[in-house]
Design a protein around this ligand. Structure first.
Ligand code: CP
Length: 301
């Protein structure tokens, strides 16, 4: 595994060995993250966090990861106050920021934006979510979270919600396809179904089952997602796709299942479920920190 100086644009194309190497590196970072300690491995380095789209977890965990490794952070949220306001192009913005930073983390509403940045930058670009395309660091932390509690080989994962525009599940499907005997169960409204081109790519590697009802009874992991209303042609349509996982749903789940969600949740999971040990979404989010510390050290260290 050699991530040194490389871009991380997508999970598609990664190997199982690379993912598992990152899991081991994240294990080494976990006590540092948990105990809120600091290291010096990226002392003197600067990370630019360019968030053209809103974020809580990804932005602040990248900020914190860099600071805990002894580095510094610059960046913006939304781009207001930068020369983008004056009409400076995306490419010129990247070419300027690379003069100041050792690496760039970028979230953008446009699919392929991180790859566009990588075309003009000579420093590593990390994709923190590009439109409905991919969210690779989320898939690394998601599979890391599963791997700490279950074997990824032979896992049965039910993915539900917005499978069309939910970039986390696209990256997750690619990541799961690197493991043996995985079954992917899909349940979504027809308008929000999983992109066929991704299914075509992974269908030889995982068993894909399209469910015709929300049957959580056989899944080892239930992975729920938010309806991405900001990506719908008519955001008001989002209310037609609302669903809710509550105590009754948990009754139907296996006693040792995991309930995951990349967050934010906007009604998909009842707060009453949070105290159920199978509710894994907050420990999933917490794992974002050691995983991103591991990634930054591998790429910039
Ligand atoms: N999971 C995730 O990407 O959350 P944020 O949008 O808050 O970064």
């Amino acid at each position: 595994m050699d991530f040194s100086g490389k871009n991380l644009l997508r999970i598609r194309g990664m190997t199982r060995g690379e993912l598992e190497g990152l899991f081991k590196a994240a294990d080494r970072m976990a006590p540092v993250a948990r105990e809120k300690r600091g290291l010096k491995s990226l002392d003197g380095q600067v990370l630019a966090n360019l968030f053209f789209e809103s974020s809580t977890r990804t932005r602040f965990s990248f900020d914190t990861a860099m600071l805990r490794l002894g580095g510094s952070v610059i960046g913006f949220s939304g781009g207001a106050g930068t020369s983008l306001d004056k009409g400076e192009s995306f490419e010129d913005t990247i070419k300027m920021v690379e003069q100041y930073a050792n690496g760039i983390v970028i979230r953008h509403p446009e699919p392929g934006a991180a790859a566009r940045a990588a075309e003009v930058a000579s420093i590593p670009i990390i994709n923190a979510g590009d439109g409905h395309n991919e969210h690779p660091t989320q898939a690394i932390l998601d599979t890391y979270t599963i791997s700490r509690e279950k074997s990824l080989d032979g896992i049965k994962v039910l993915i539900t919600g917005d499978l069309k525009y939910g970039r986390t599940v696209h990256s997750l499907a690619y990541a799961l396809s690197l493991f043996d005997s995985v079954e992917l169960q899909l349940f979504a409204p027809p308008e929000l179904s999983f992109p066929q081109e991704i299914l075509d790519e992974i269908s030889g590697k995982v068993k894909i089952t399209q469910l015709d009802s929300f049957d959580v009874s056989s899944a080892d992991v239930v992975y729920a997602t938010r309806i991405q209303k900001e990506r719908l042609a008519n955001p008001a349509d989002a209310k037609e796709y609302v669903y809710r996982i509550d105590a009754a749903t948990m009754e139907e789940m296996k006693p040792d299942a995991m309930l995951m969600h990349p967050l934010p949740r906007v009604g998909e999971i009842a707060e009453a479920v949070d105290s159920d040990p199978r509710a894994a979404y907050f420990r999933e989010a917490a794992n974002g920190l050691p995983v991103r510390m591991a990634l930054l050290e591998e790429i910039l260290g």
